[in-house]
Structures are given as C-alpha cells and as structure tokens.
Write a protein that binds this ligand. Sequence first.
Ligand code: SF4
Ligand code: MSK
Length: 638
Amino acid sequence: MACNTGTESGRTMDPAVQDLCKKAAAEGIDTAWDRYEKQKPQCGFGELGLCCRNCLQGPCRINPFGEPKTGICGADADLIVARNLLRSVTGGSASHTDHAYSAVQLLRLMTEGKTPYSLKGAGKIPGVAAKLGINTAGKKDEEVAHEIALTALADFGNYSEAPMKWLTATAPAERVELWGKLGILPRNPDREIRQAMHGTAMGVDGSPMNLLLASLKSGLIDGYAGLHLGTDVQDIIFGIPTPVKTEANMGVLDKNTVNIIVHGHMPEVSEKVVEWAEKLSSEAKAAGAEGITVAGICCSGNEVLMRHGVPLAGNFLSQELAIITGAVDAMVVDVQCFMPAITKVAACYHTKIITTQAIAQLPDAEHIPIEPENADAGAQKILRLAIETYKKRNPSKIHIPPHKSEAWGGFSVEAIVGALAKVDPVQPLKPLVDSIVNGTIKGAVGVVGCNNVKITQDVFHVELIKELLAQDVLVVATGCSAQALAKYGFLSPQGAKTYAGKGLLAVLTAVGEAAGLGGPLPPVLHMGSCVDNSRIGDLVGALAAYLKVPIKDLPVVASAPELQHEKAVSIGVWAVALGLMTHISLPPPVLGSPLVSQVLTEGIEGITGGKFYVEGDSHKAAAGILAHIMQKRKGLGL
Ligand code: SF4
Ligand code: MSK
C-alpha cells in the first residue's frame, strides 16, 4: 500500500484525478486530500476508539499507556471501544435499512398506482415470493409485488419476538440456526436499531461481550433489512441487471453535451434522471448542446450502470474532481457518500449541486425533491435546471482528462447463473464448482467498498486484485471497488487476457464464449452497488448449497481494501457473521481494546467461522488471502 504523500501520485493512481488535482491546486481549490493534511495529526484516542462522549460528564478518554484507565462512570477501554463499535455498525445498518425502506415504500406506492414508476423486474417476483411463502397462483405481477412490499413493511411493524421474515426467508438455513442459537436473530430492524442506541447509552450495557454480540446482530440487520431487502425490491422495481457494456473515468464527460452526474445510492432518483435525460435531449439541443450525458459516481452511478450501461465518471474520491473539470452542469445527489464540500467546490464553477432527499440537504444547493409521487416533475425540473446551467459554462475553465476504459457491468446472480447455464443447462453451477474442485480456479474473492483518503486512491484495489487474478482467483466486485477496477480495465474482456491466470482465463473464455460474448468474461464481475453485496452473499450461499457445506468452509474471502464508511464496517460484520474471512486494510477504531481486537480477528472464528483480517500492505494481503483460500481447499479435501 502506498501512503498518501501529498503529491498527486501519492494521492491517487488515477491519471485523470492526478491531472485534476493539479488543476485544483492551480485554481486554489482544496480537496479531501488538502483537508486531510490539515487534520494531521489525527487524534490518537479517536483512532483507537478510546474516546467516549455518550454522556455530558465526558468527553472521557482512556490512556492506553497509563492513567486514566476508566471514564468518570467507570467504563474501561473494552467497554468504551465495544460501545463505539456497536454505534458505528448500527450507523451503517441504519443507512442501508433506511435506503431499503425507501425502496419498499416506493414498491408499495407504485403497486397502488400512485407513482410514475412502472414495474420492470417481473422476473424477480416469483423467486422472492416463493422464499417469502407468498402464493402467486392466479395473481397479476403487480398484486404479488404489492404483497411483497406489505411483507417487508410487516418486518418493520413486527412487535413480536419472531425474527425478521426477510432474514429467515433469504439467509442459509444453517446460518439462521446458528444465529438463533447465539440469540442474535433480529426482529423488527427499527426496534433493533433503537435498542442498539439504548444499550450503548450511559449506564445500560456494561458487558463488552454482550455488546459485541449486539454488533453481530446489527450486522445481520444490515445484511437482510438493508442489503438483501434493498436489492430484491430494487430489482423488482427497476429490473434484474444483465450484462451491459459501458465506459469508466472522467473521459466519459463530453464538453459538447450537458453533463449531469448522479451521485449517492438511490436508483429511484438516478433512474428518473436517466429517463428524463433521454426525453429532454431536444431541449438540450435547442440550448446549443449536442445532447445530454449522464454519468455516475458512487452507487447511484452503479445502479444505472448495472441496468442501463450509464457511464461512470469516477468513484468516491473522484467526486470533487469531476466538478473541477468545469464541465459538470449539475451534480444530483440523494443519500450517502456525497461530501459536504461539493457545494464549496461547485461555487468556483457554474455547476449546480442538486439535493433531492428531505434528510440529505446542503446549504447553497438547490433542493428539488424526488419523492415517489412527484418523481417525474422533480426529474424534469432537474434536467431543465442543468440545461439552463449549461449555458453559463466558462469555456476557459473546462478541462476533461481524456482517460476512460471499457467496462462491463450487470452481473447479477441471475445473469451469472444464466451465463453458466449456457455451459450446463441442467446444473448451471457445476462448471464453476468443477473448476474450483479441480483447481483451475483456486477460490473466489468478493472485493467491495470505498476509497479512503488515507490510502492512495485505487492502489489497494488494483494491486490486490492483480495478484489474486494472476493466481487464478475468481473476483466479483461492488461499490467503489468495482468502480476503481473499472477505470483500469479489469471489467473488460480484454482485462481477462491481461490479468487472469491461465486456469481462470480458460474458464472465463469458456463461459464467455458459451454465453455469446465472443470472448472471455471480464476477470472481475461487477455485481452492483453497495446494497448489492447481497448478490455476493447469494452467490456464495448457492455455491455452499450446491456443495452441501456451510459458507464458512468455502475457499472464499471478502475484502474491503479502502473502506471508509460506517456502512463498510456493518457490511464487514455481516460477512463475518456469514462465516467469511473479511480482509480490511485499515482497522476500525477498536485497537484501544485488546479484548475487542482479539475477538474480531480471532475469537469470532470459533463462533461463526469468519473473522476480520487486517493487513495494510496489498502484497501481504494477497498472500494472506491466498493462504486462507488454500487452507479452506485443504479442509474440503481439494
Ligand atoms: Fe465518560 Fe462514562 Fe459518560 Fe462515557 S458514559 S462520557 S465514559 S462518564
Ligand atoms: S458508495 S459506501 S464510498 S463503496 Fe456505495 Fe463507495 Fe463506500 Fe460510499
């Protein structure tokens, strides 16, 4: 891992972002990297998780080298760290769960005929309905979809002690049994989030181990009330992704078109922007542009990339630099991962920042609500504002670095199984499992998560995955990790020839050709946004079921090489609860507690079969991941 050095190449390996960092410096604009420099040195107590502000007697902090050893109330390092961790995991779970809840409400309203959205994912309905025990006989798709929405809402209204239906219906039975024995099956997700906040308040839970179990439970809320629920419902509304070709990096912006960036996580916003960009293209032409380009950043971008091949401008740390091209007329944000700094950067250009959600507003932005009932009106307003703004561009400030790469997305589980079925229609997973069994493919890694200003942008994603692919490890990706890899050709068929080992290349070629792609599949399969980590969970679950072993025994590892958000922490906890070794490059703030650190990296393995593996050097991480895969292969007798 290269550390941030303050130079462009220390900040990012992305040539387009390096170029724009120079432009930012020349124009006197601070970016996240400059603000990071001004934060140094960051607080050691905070880094270790040893600061508590849970009551007004504090803040209290623990000195790891001496006194004080407890806060004013007597809470020690283990308790403070465990409480802080639970609050952080719960922050992540709440973010995903609230996102999924919005999608469920949209599905309900849509199936009541109250929105301008229409059902595009009928193919998803039978499978989801079957898992939930909903009878579909003689019912229209909309009716079943409505029942699905009501079933999800019943989880949020569950006042009984019964566990969440979405979890028991969609998680592997072996895991449900284990989590039941551990007493961590969530009931109503809202209730559990409330209870986590209560349990971590001053004078409530004083047991670090009990708090760690609560963190596992919170991870399950993320996995099933956030990720799985979110993906299932979004696929029903917007369609199941299928393989689609696009391009990635700043070069997708076009100086001759109105450029709109969609940023955040909610497809209900980005879908409408894409739809109305097509419909209002003539108005853009009347304003002197050649058309409208919509490009994505973060997971709103991933959602429309997966379903429509909308190009990608960049990932998390690229967001300010996209504005610095001077060619972005509007950046439309919904929820999560947009920096408050973007309005300040936009103020140096003609760019409009447009917020769309009541809970996610910014001073100095235009707020144009996109709600289920008014989405068309809101989207038209956004598009017309972007077209108006285009007329105010300052050509002398425009610089679009030409870099872009071919990238393929759309690899839902259904699409992957569909491609494999072209090789073996009866048992689609057989070719993949056979390749793992005979060692042509050694195992699989799901690489996910963000950029983090503490790590040179994209370097860890790229270096780690390069090594794993060369060692014949199959890689699937989501979130900003998939976007990082997209920028350097890992999501293109050509990338298979460049990066994949011999065995992996043979499998990718056989499946790609059978699926009619005329060449290999990309070496990294883009499975979607952050909530679509559920797709990775389902794929891994299907492999385990086929082999009749628990997930924990598979030669499969998760990795979040440049994690940043609380959501990445809660996703990681869910992956560990599923039984996966989960690599992270930076530890969350837990090192102040030897107990919590030991449980997360070792002790938990005896309980769920998963654990966190912290390694900040990409080369060593690749070796550690590979060693784990080989150990799991041995365990299976392979
Ligand atoms: Fe200090 Fe305890 Fe209050 Fe935390 S809860 S701020 S440790 S007194
Ligand atoms: S957007 S959570 S920076 S992956 Fe899903 Fe990227 Fe991480 Fe946000």
